[in-house]
Design a protein around this ligand. Structure first.
Ligand code: COA
Ligand code: DAO
Length: 219
């Protein structure tokens, strides 16, 4: 069974605390993960991103690629919408919620005891010598910390600090798992830890964060 991130709006509809805390907007999940072609579109875009950073095409191919990229941008431009209305990032059943920014990982566990997600760092995420770029790990950890906070039932919070220990090289194109949980709650503060591991359980990186519940009006 595929587990998905919970829709933030659920707690609002149930009369929970989401509307009372912070000046953060409530995002509602998009229906049906954006429809039959949205996941396909996002995966196609990810493949293009991988190829954009891993190819050396001849000039005539580059000219065609540039024209096609410009044509695609022109096709989509009339459909730009304000934050919270776009399909990407709100398709909670898709890897990375259908956001091109997020790592395209799949949530396998999402409850108050913690969150686990699996996936690979792709060629697009490479730093050097076959390893994921160091900056892509905090992105993965930060998104996990947000999900862990939400799954635990805490009101809308922001990352106050995020610390990552890089224990071993994180390889690209290799199935990995990240899991973490709330360790401690103290008023507005939620302390969380998580570990990124390979398929043998070797820890590649571990991280900890302080998430702070937003006060009324805080963006
Ligand atoms: C997180 C944020 C809302 C906190 O601001 P604030 O509400 O004014 O919080 P305060 O400074 O009063 O801090 C609240 C508590 O958290 C602690 N705290 C805040 N930042 C901290 C940090 N980086 N490290 C350790 N403790 C921290 C404070 O010491 C204070 O503790 P206390 O209550 O025991 O005295 C604000 O700093 C902010 O918006 N930062 C940007 C967040 C962000 O953009 N994150 C990334 C995207 S989610
Ligand atoms: C129902 C869709 C859920 C989408 C949640 C997106 C939350 C975005 C939070 C951004 C936090 C950050 O800036 O680090």
């Amino acid at each position: 069974m595929r587990v998905t991130v919970q829709d933030m709006s659920e707690r609002v509809e149930r009369g929970g605390e989401y509307e009372k805390h912070g000046g953060f907007p409530v995002y509602r999940a998009v229906e049906d993960n954006g429809g039959p072609d949205f996941g396909r579109f996002v995966e196609g875009m990810r493949t293009v991103q991988d190829l954009a950073v891993s190819t050396a095409p001849p000039p005539e191919v580059l000219a065609q690629a540039a024209e096609q990229a410009e044509a695609l941008a022109a096709l989509l431009a009339p459909y730009q919408v304000p934050e919270g209305e776009q399909t990407g990032g709100r398709s909670i059943g898709l890897p990375g919620r259908g956001s091109l920014l997020m790592l395209p990982w799949t949530v396998e566990k999402f409850d108050a005891t913690g969150v686990r997600s699996t996936g690979v760092f792709r060629r697009f995420h490479m730093g050097g010598n076959g390893a994921a770029h160091g900056g892509t790990l905090p992105l993965l950890f930060d998104d996990m910390f947000g999900m862990i906070t939400h799954a635990y039932g805490r009101p809308i919070s922001r990352t106050a600090y995020l610390h990552v220990n890089y224990r071993k090289i994180t390889p690209i194109d290799t199935p990995l798992v990240i899991e973490g949980q709330v360790d401690r709650v103290d008023g507005r503060k939620t302390f969380i830890t998580a570990k990124l591991m390979d398929s043998e359980g070797t820890v590649l990186a571990d991280g900890e964060a302080l998430m702070l519940v937003l006060l009324a009006g805080q963006p």
